[in-house]
Design a protein around this ligand. Sequence first.
Ligand SMILES: Nc1ncnc2c1ncn2[C@@H]1O[C@H](COP(=O)(O)OP(=O)(O)OP(=O)(O)O)[C@@H](O)[C@H]1O
Length: 225
Amino acid sequence: MSKVIEMKDIVKKFYIGQPNELEILHGINLTVEEGEFVSIVGASGSGKSTLMNIIGVLDRATSGYYNLAGLNVEEAKDSELSQIRNKKIGFVFQSFNLIPRSNAQKNVELPMIYGRMSRNDRRERSMELLKLVEMDDRANHQPNELSGGQKQRVAIARAMANDPDIILADEPTGALDSKTGRVVMDLFHKLNEQEKKTIILITHNQELADETGRVLTMKDGILEE
Ligand SMILES: Nc1ncnc2c1ncn2[C@@H]1O[C@H](COP(=O)(O)OP(=O)(O)OP(=O)(O)O)[C@@H](O)[C@H]1O
């Protein structure tokens, strides 16, 4: 197995107007191996999403070392970061973030358009992914015609669009009842076991966290094993 994520002494400060700054992450050390399923739990405001944004290179750390799939992030240009984000990472959010006036299939196709895939290939792959999440019978439905759990399954299919190595899921079951959350969680297990995806899951649900290979706890900006 090889490391896909390696972080050393990651610090994140937010500048909230001179001279005030707020240090949120106080030196995070994290290594994730290919194929792991890791969960991060912790109180509200402890810094989980801030860390997730840095892992997903949506944001940069203030200081520290971060290597993502062989790329040294602090030295990389923004264009390299967008590229690695698009190719290597699939994001899943609590609020689904689907495009309202596009049907399920178009939503899944969207990242492939940025990935410059041909129209036919996009249609074929998006249907395959909708099958994987058992939503192919809802391909023509718009998000407002889907239940919460169905929306999340479409969002997971979209996260898989460019066949990423890593899936980052920030409270993916947070807006779902426990039964629907179970279906979504089973899907993550399937992507981890069958599709060999590395998964990092943020959750408030300790029971769901305990099902993953490794549970990390964020406490006031410090990550504990
Ligand atoms: N852009 C920002 N500017 C200033 N402070 C921020 C910014 N983003 C986050 N914070 C602060 O960082 C802290 C951690 O926020 P974060 O969203 O990472 O917490 P969290 O653990 O994900 O919480 P939750 O479980 O409620 O989602 C909070 O105190 C928040 O106010």
